[in-house]
Design a protein around this ligand. Sequence first.
Ligand SMILES: [Ca+2]
Ligand SMILES: [Ca+2]
Length: 476
Amino acid sequence: MNSCKVHWNDPALFFQWHLENMGQTEGVKNIDVGAVEMWLRGIFGTGYVIGVIDEGTVSQHPDLATQLVEEQSFQTENIIRPLTARGLFRASLAVGAANNDVCGVGVAPKSMYSSLSVPLRSFSSSNPSHIAAVQRILTYDVTLNDVIIGPLLPQHDIFGHVDGFDAALRHGVTDGRRGKGTLYVWPSGDQAQMGRTCATNGIANSPYTITVGALDQHGKIAPFSEGCSSVLVVAPGSHLRTASDVGWDQCATDLSGTDLAAAIVAGMITGLLEYRSDLMWYDVIAILIESATPTPASERDGDWTNNGAGWRVSEKYGFGLPRMGTVLDMAQQWIRLKNFHVWSRSFDLEKSIPDAGEGMLMDSRKLDFLPWSCQVMFTEIEIDLIHPCPAELEISLFSPSGTKSTLLPARTTTSFQADHNSLRGWNFTTVRNYGETCFGSWILRISDTVASQKGVFLGWTLRLYWAERKIAESEV
Ligand SMILES: [Ca+2]
Ligand SMILES: [Ca+2]
């Protein structure tokens, strides 16, 4: 670590390349979140609490024990001790204690964390008490837990598309953080090599979550990191070093996961909130998007496109890597967005989907009653269809500006749970239309890519989320 600038004695700090990458682990300089830049401005996340969803994250480790807010934690009674330490990794990457001569440092070492425990390994979406447990922790102490880090989940195809999670997240962004909105930071998922994508993860697909993919120390996407049209940003999430309960004062090394990248982003967010406590949840998202940039390695690897508003975006990398120097510079000038709107319209039609054909197109027609000032933040599509094998389907959305979002790629059947024979009320979100005009025709395309099994399309709902942008007085 740059000892000329930061005088902390934590022995692993030097190796925590995600905080400041100088090539110390053979990575590429500046592939980091610029944490030192933030600390040098006197910002450490002071006064904020990050809720960590896991099977329990209470530890006597010195980097964690001092950071826990027990009264804002929720412990499930039947979990005595976590069998996995992932929640501890996440907590220490976000808020691990600094300058205690132990292990490393969190991105926001003066933020605190709460432990929101839920049985993850046994989770079943057909068990109402499991659903209720997740709904409860998503909004537990919602006015006090400012940021929530989501976990990796088994069988996440099913997990998100459950009635009730959307309502819980909406409650969090409406009432959380005393009306400014809880920030939900969610991993995109770690099973890309098994053909999975976050398109089928309903919570990662919510417009109310910040979906994060994982970078390696060279700035390339980690091979396990799932992509989809709702990935917002990427952060370091491969070969990391941080505190856990491997030993009283030890560091765990060589850790990887999109949930760890999400934890790092959560620490960045409390730093941003310390600097600008007045920001609404959607201001935070807009600042992350606008400050993120493609890494040099991603330029050779990504599927970057320019959207209609000139923002570069990729399904693997989202808008790229945000770094705290730029985030704080932008926050200093930021004029708060106002009047967050959700506009929606449903289109019902019962129509069989052509089997193995070109696909069917549905057109929203001109939305000429929307205000001209409407600039999209997120686009959400709710799909209602029945098909014996939804994995044969590919669903894409084309914005009025012509930007394509693959809402659901055609996949191998193994990536879908066997008991899915419909997509009834499934929501897909794309962030790829950020800044584009709402105005014009939105075209949905559904293709059945494999001959034999056929389905029926019942209807869709288009939801546009946007906020009004006030023009700076200096620009008038
Ligand atoms: Ca430490
Ligand atoms: Ca078919």
